[in-house]
Design a binder for this molecule. Structure first.
Ligand code: ATP
Length: 245
């Protein structure tokens, strides 16, 4: 039997911005139905790695394939395959959450591709907004949103079209317990339908709750990939600290 093709396949990834080597040798393989956490301190290279996987930043060297597509040669295909919650930005201040989901649905032609599904994209969007307690503000412009509300909407937009690869960069940052719970549900649902999920965070406890595998980055380089279970409890916290120093 041949082994399944990875949904995310990163080899010797390097990303340089002028003098700064943001990513300096990351290898990452992740499969459908699996959730992987990217853990590490500020500036470790997590967001840059996620941007490469989202098709937003090209690698300086090395390769990255997402859903079978090479990020350098097929960035559009990559963008079509992923749902990406960036660490910052991505929202239009003068648009409401409902206008954001409408725009996303139009860009991805969900009215056509979701026509034969038992639940249409509008119902899914409404359900997601309710789950993230954004139903009451669905028609309010996002300019006045708190940081946590913006984070929650960004997760909704990443998950809306049920992408093959779900990339959540700091989805828990400044988010209240209801939002954390809803995000954990989104990750679990995505895994259950066979998506590959990557979650970038510096919150060890939430990483191990959401994910089965953890990759730790330090100074742009990968220092360990291990089962999330190895990071649990006080021993896990000690092991994690040891990897950060
Ligand atoms: N566009 C850019 N131009 C110059 N340097 C950059 C750029 N993007 C990232 N960097 C640098 O690359 C390094 C890695 O940044 P990155 O945002 O990937 O880290 P991170 O692990 O996501 O950090 P955090 O947890 O603070 O979000 C940092 O030193 C950062 O300053």
């Amino acid at each position: 039997m041949t082994s399944p093709r990875p949904a995310v396949d990163v080899r010797a990834l390097h990303v340089r911005f002028g003098e700064v080597e943001a990513v300096a040798g990351v290898d990452l393989v992740a499969y459908a139905g699996q959730a992987t956490a990217l853990l590490g301190r500020n500036g470790a290279g997590k967001s840059t790695t996620m941007r490469v996987l989202a098709g937003v930043v090209p690698p300086t060297s090395g390769t990255a394939r997402v859903a079978g597509h090479d990020v350098r040669r097929e960035p559009l295909r990559v963008k079509q395959s992923v749902g990406y919650c960036p660490d910052v930005g991505g929202l239009v201040p003068r648009a409401t959450p409902w206008e954001h989901v409408q725009l996303s649905a139009r860009l991805r032609r969900l009215d056509r591709t979701w026509r034969t599904r038992p639940v249409g994209w509008e119902q899914r969007a409404r359900d997601l907004l309710e789950r993230f307690e954004l139903g009451d503000v669905a028609h309010r412009v996002t300019a006045g949103f708190s940081h946590g509300m913006g984070r929650r909407l960004s997760v909704v937009l990443a998950a809306l079209h049920e992408p093959d690869v779900l990339l959540l960069d700091e989805p828990f940052d400044g988010v209240d317990p209801i939002g954390v719970e809803a995000t954990l549900e989104v990750v679990a649902d995505a895994r259950a339908r066979g998506a590959c999920v990557l979650v970038s965070t510096h919150l060890r406890e939430l990483a191990i709750e959401a994910c089965s595998t953890v990759t730790v980055l330090r100074g742009g380089a990968q220092v360990a990939t291990l089962p999330a279970a190895d990071m649990v409890g006080e021993d896990g916290a000690r092991a994690y600290r040891g990897l950060l120093d």
